[in-house]
Design a protein around this ligand. Structure first.
Ligand code: ZN
Ligand code: FE
Length: 257
């Protein structure tokens, strides 16, 4: 059974995702930032919206909920932690909870750090994980409500999944993140290649393809706290991984490159 995942761009730089089973007329949407681009895609594809999945409560991930709920009456699933602060939430999910939508099996993974309630949605059959603002291409989310320890643990939960899972990010931030990553590891050619591929896709009006976990491990400094070259650059040869991660996050917050 083929599962379709369609990327939709919204607001300045947000990514939303439509998910549906081949041959079905129903779909789910992950993080509808605003209703307009979702409605356009639904009518183009001839799909009915039956489920909204929100990875966390920030406005740029739930901004389309109210109007989409009015138009389609979908269920709205999010973390139980966020159920009271996400508009129209109909079900709060706990860590590891599984559910089925139109024959597609989902699992939730609690990954706090960016916010307390941040969760990821996994589809084993599609080898896909939707991570919201926890990870980006060559970057990671800011720590608005969590500690570096929490975020580091969350990133490692993602890394412990099968390495061929593809990561679907909440934003397109490759350019800025890539500049930061290159500064840290000027000799890492995988970073240069990621930047080039992303620019090519975007210039042709296509979203870049979702990288696998093993691809992302090669380029994302926040997943590379163990890297000898990064530790050398930071002069932190003997620090713990989470100390290196915390220092990277601080540097990224200050980065103006
Ligand atoms: Zn956010
Ligand atoms: Fe966001």
């Amino acid at each position: 059974m083929k599962i379709h995942i369609q990327v939709i761009r919204a607001l300045q730089d947000n990514y939303c995702y439509l998910i549906w089973r081949e041959g079905s007329g129903l779909c789910a949407v992950v993080d509808p930032s605003e209703a307009g681009p979702i409605e356009d895609a639904l009518s183009k594809l001839g799909l009915k919206l039956a489920l909204i999945l929100n990875t966390h409560h920030h406005h740029d991930h739930v901004g389309g909920n109210a109007s989409l709920v009015k138009a389609w009456q979908p269920d709205v699933y999010c973390s139980a932690v966020d159920a009271k602060r996400i508009p129209d939430a109909s079900r709060g999910l706990v860590d590891g909870e599984t559910f089925e939508f139109d024959g597609i099996g989902f699992k939730t993974l609690s990954i706090p750090g960016h916010t307390h309630g941040q969760i990821a949605f996994l589809i084993h059959e599609a080898k896909a994980i939707f991570v919201g603002d926890t990870l980006f291409s060559m970057g990671c989310g800011r720590l608005f409500e969590g500690t570096p320890e929490q975020m580091w643990r969350s990133l490692n939960r993602i890394l412990s999944l099968p390495q061929d899972f593809q990561i679907y990010f909440g934003h397109e931030y490759t350019e800025r993140n890539g500049a930061f990553a290159r500064n840290l590891e000027p000799d890492n050619m995988a970073i240069v290649a990621r930047l080039r591929e992303t620019r090519e896709s975007l210039s042709m009006g296509r979203p870049p393809s979702a990288p696998t976990i093993s691809d992302e491990m090669k380029v994302n400094p926040f997943l590379r706290a163990r890297s000898a070259s990064i530790r050398r650059t930071l002069s932190m040869p003997n620090a713990s991984d989470v100390e290196v991660f915390a220092s990277l996050r601080r540097l990224r917050d200050e980065f103006r490159g």
